[in-house]
Design a protein. Structure first.
Length: 249
């Protein structure tokens, strides 16, 4: 009989073990016994907490999404300007926990499973929606809507592509290099895209960067250095913490 109060601890241990085992195997072709052994518990106890391997795998995806969302919300709260918030979203996307080899392998395994599992696909759509929404919300503060949507799509695709590239162990790309590549992409398109006429009164580009032309003295940051500090489809461009997601089953 499991000890009282141990359920949350055991459940987390099993989720963490599932992530490691999936990462080691590079696929979801693992057994409950494999996961239980990694967690240091019996297969019977693993079944007691999750019922089936499928439910444990779904909880593993939920756990990844919860952590990514929590890190993103905290980073966005700390950023002060739209450009800083863009950098925060980019940096969090390559956070060490998410960019670890076993985590990347698990993400790729879940994408493969999404071709067969509607529930897995639904969770990955949630991830894509959050990423695009967070990018788009601050790009729209800097650019016309059509340009903002184009850059958001490109940046999201680049982030996902760098995850796939990282899975090729023969040609890995580090965290800082991945951040720099994405920042360079965003900076290049921001520099090439003029603000809309409505924003031209407040923001103009100069040889030194971007300066405020408004009377209230506000600054609008459009470019940030690649090395500077710093989780796809919501037409409204709302930020992640305003999204109403479907309830988990």
């Amino acid at each position: 009989m499991p000890k009282v109060g141990m359920e949350p601890v055991r459940r987390k241990a099993l989720v963490d073990a599932a992530l490691r085992v999936i990462g080691d195997h590079g696929s979801l072709a693992v057994t409950m016994s494999d996961i239980a052994r990694q967690a240091g518990v019996s297969p019977a106890l693993a079944h007691h907490y999750f019922g089936s391997k499928e439910q444990l795998l779904i909880e593993t995806i939920r756990s990844l999404l919860r952590q990514l969302r929590s890190d993103t919300v905290a980073a966005l709260k700390a950023a002060k300007t739209p450009r800083e918030r863009l950098s925060a979203v980019i940096r969090i996307s390559f956070h060490a926990d998410q960019f670890a080899p076993e985590t990347i392998a698990a993400w790729l395994a879940f994408y493969a499973e999404a071709q067969r599992s509607e529930e897995t696909r639904r969770f990955l759509v949630i991830y894509a929606s959050r990423l695009r929404s967070n990018l788009l919300a601050d790009l729209k503060a800097l650019l016309p809507a059509d340009a903002a949507e184009r850059i958001a799509e490109g940046a999201a695709a680049m982030i996902d592509g760098l995850y796939i590239r990282q899975s090729l162990k023969s040609a890995p790309i580090g965290i800082e290099a991945s951040i720099a590549l994405t920042e360079d992409y965003v900076n290049a398109l921001l520099a090439a895209t003029s603000p809309s006429p409505q924003r031209g009164e407040d923001v103009r580009r100069t040889d030194e960067g971007v300066s405020d032309a408004g009377a209230n003295g506000r600054k609008a940051e459009i470019a940030a250095p690649s090395s500077g500090p710093a989780g796809h489809l919501l037409p409204q461009g709302r930020r992640d913490d305003h999204i109403e997601h479907p309830k988990d089953k």
